[in-house]
Design a protein around this ligand. Structure first.
Ligand code: SAH
Ligand code: SF4
Length: 407
């Protein structure tokens, strides 16, 4: 989500002639787009701000701006701690963000262009909805991003068309719970159909899905619409019904398993990936083992595992954070090891198979491509292949990385 928003900002700034640089030493403005989901993300932002402040002492004219969820949550407290910050703009106050930042700098806005044609990345991201109404008991997002709001489907389709016109071949639709998208009479499945109708767009992905809202309409479209990739990110969080209830996730493990079965029956090559939290308050060794066993049963294509981190304002903040940090680390390490093992086995099975890939970029004649179910394959080639879909034969697997030849 933040990558998408930074990308969008980068585009908006370029209409003022303000361009991204790779090295902070070349920057006149540093914009830190922050996340609040876990305490660790905020600590990282703080330590980075410390380094940027030191940098400002050598280059006093540089402007420092903090945006995003941490800016929303802590607001002026950030400015009190880091005196050299010029501007803090919270996530809920982001509508005129470009104007606020441009006003801070010496920019000649008479030269602003309404729209510019930029060479685009092959894969682009677009936000289809903001905020969240689900109030999972551990999660700070509804507090820092506000209530769920679906964006006008016409704006989304126009945005996607412009990206495609500029060269994008794959678009990822983003929202905290895309399955509850609703604008007038358009639900998520109908939105996907509208985006799929865009000529020259080759692939569509979307995230994140919520197991309580994923429905048959979407599964049917995934079967019918070839542009939809065979990958779904479906956060499970835990396989213990007691913990799922305490997390306010509003589904059971049995419901989750049923979805997995439906998806796999409908789309045979689908890769299902997930998020897991270990060490939620009250998670016993048995609850954690239930999750570990579910991971072994379901065999996810990949997963993100997080150690529970207490977040202000949330329901779980009131609960006793009773799993000791050492135990959280142990559970985290075991889940990760199991997931890596399964992932390696899945990748090994792809050896010798033919896969349809999209060529995303190239470096030193090695193309970085991606299969429909989301695996990267490195293939020898040239820049004429960028943005094309090819069939490749997977000839080698090294440390979870796939290498192939054009068929
Ligand atoms: N809207 C998405 C994900 C949002 S945050 C969804 O519902 O799936 C991404 C992931 O961070 C979550 O899926 C969850 O696994 C993790 N997460 C969120 N809050 C957390 C917390 N307080 N501690 C640890 N992990 C957390
Ligand atoms: Fe957070 Fe739950 Fe909303 Fe995801 S669905 S953003 S985990 S409250």
């Amino acid at each position: 989500m933040n990558v998408c928003e930074s990308d969008k900002l980068g585009y908006a700034f370029s209409t003022y002639g303000i361009l991204r640089v790779d090295n902070i030493l070349d920057a006149d403005i540093v914009i830190l787009n922050t996340c609040s989901v876990r305490a660790q993300a905020e600590q990282k932002a703080f330590s980075y701000l410390g380094r940027v402040e030191e940098f400002k002492q050598q280059k006093p004219n540089i402007k420092i701006v903090v945006i995003g969820c941490m800016a929303e949550r802590l607001g002026l407290k950030i400015k009190q701690r880091f005196k050299d910050i010029d501007l803090v703009i919270g996530a809920k106050n982001a509508d005129n963000i470009v104007f606020q930042i441009v006003s801070l700098c010496d920019v000649d806005d008479t030269k602003k262009q309404e729209q510019i044609d930029m060479p685009s990345d092959i894969v682009r991201y677009i936000t289809i909805m903001k905020g969240c109404n689900n109030y999972c008991s551990y999660c700070v997002v509804p507090f820092v991003r506000g209530n769920e709001k679906s964006l006008d489907y016409r704006t989304i389709v126009d945005g996607c068309s412009l990206m495609v016109k500029n060269g994008a071949k794959e678009i990822m639709l983003l929202g905290q719970n895309v399955n509850s998208y609703q604008y007038e009479n358009i639900n998520f499945a109908s939105l996907v159909e509208k985006v799929a109708a865009i000529k020259n767009l080759k692939r569509i992905r979307f995230m994140t899905n919520h197991p309580k809202d994923l429905n048959d309409d979407l599964i049917n479209i995934m079967v019918r619409e070839q542009k939809l990739c065979s990958h779904i990110h479906l956060p499970m969080q835990s396989a213990s019904n007691k913990i799922l209830k305490a997390m306010n996730r509003k589904y059971t493990y049995e419901h989750y398993l049923n979805l997995v079965d439906k998806l796999r029956t409908a789309i045979s090559d689908i890769s299902i990936t997930t998020d897991i939290i270990v060490g939620f308050p009250g998670e016993t060794d048995q609850d954690y083992k239930d999750t570990l066993n579910a991971i072994k049963t379901i065999r996810f294509g990949g997963l993100y595992v997080f150690k529970y981190s207490k977040r202000p304002n949330t329901k779980a903040f009131e609960m006793i954070d009773d799993v000791p940090i050492e135990e959280k680390k142990r559970r985290h390490a075991i889940v990760l090891e199991e997931s890596n093992k399964i992932s390696a086995e899945i990748v090994l099975k792809m050896l010798g198979s033919t896969q349809q890939v999209l060529v995303e970029k190239i470096e030193n004649n090695i193309m970085e491509t991606r299969t429909r179910n989301g695996r990267k394959v490195f293939v020898e080639g040239n820049k004429n292949y960028i943005g094309k879909q090819l069939n490749v034969n997977v000839k080698e697997v090294k440390k979870n990385l796939l290498f192939g030849d054009i068929v």
